[in-house]
Design a protein around this ligand. Structure first.
Ligand SMILES: [Zn+2]
Length: 211
């Protein structure tokens, strides 16, 4: 399992994040039979095609939070994500950690990552680490910050796919916003969990929509 301190921080975010970051999105409980799948850190030629193929099999639409430098390197994958009906949001230019980055620089990076994607205004802070001031300045520019209520831990090389699967299944509710990663690092776990999770949720009668 993920380290205890990291897990405590995640629990804290889900409980108190909505108070610390007013207006940020954590889940959409009003969506009673929908799961919101989100994929961070792409586009990635090793992982994004697998995700798109899997989503297509389940007629699932998802939201991708793309890193600006990857968008510049793989415009063909950006086109494919868009053409297949998914939504795209920004994830900064270079995966900056908000806690360690001066606010003007951070806001500029977030803005640039959004400007690469026509009309995008959803932004997910890398590592979920965001200063209150950064959140406020982004909100003032009409940017919607998106956190999550369920982490799949697919990025955690210490986790077995079965552990990721059980954790994600247990935590996900209707309206949940679930984090996955279309990255090379997460791929071994993602391949082990994504098709099974989608089948499980489909069998419960849930569908998969963009935010
Ligand atoms: Zn990320």
């Amino acid at each position: 399992m993920p380290s205890a301190s990291l897990r405590r921080w995640h629990e804290w975010m889900v409980r108190l994040g909505p108070i610390r970051y007013p207006g940020a999105l954590f889940s959409k409980p009003q969506d009673t039979s929908v799961v919101h799948l989100t994929f961070d850190d792409g586009p990635c030629p090793k992982a994004t095609p697998f995700v798109l193929d899997t989503l297509k099999k389940f007629d699932a639409k998802a939201t991708f939070f793309l890193i600006g430098k990857n968008v510049q390197q793989h415009p063909d994958l950006v086109d494919r994500i868009r053409a297949e009906g998914h939504l795209m949001g920004g994830h900064s230019m270079h995966h900056e950690n908000g806690w360690n980055t001066p606010t003007p620089e951070y806001v500029r990076s977030a803005r640039q990552s959004l400007d690469l994607l026509e009309g995008a205004y959803f932004f997910r802070p890398p590592y979920g680490r965001l200063k209150k001031k950064q959140h406020q300045q982004l909100a003032a520019q009409g940017v919607q910050t998106v956190f999550w209520d369920v982490l799949s831990y697919d990025y955690d090389t210490q986790m077995r796919p079965k552990e990721c699967l059980e954790h994600t299944r247990k935590r996900t509710r209707p309206g949940s916003v679930v984090v996955f990663h279309d990255s090379q690092k997460a791929l071994p776990r993602l391949q082990g969990i994504l098709p099974e999770l989608l089948a499980h949720w489909r069998d419960k009668g849930w569908s998969f929509r963009t935010l």
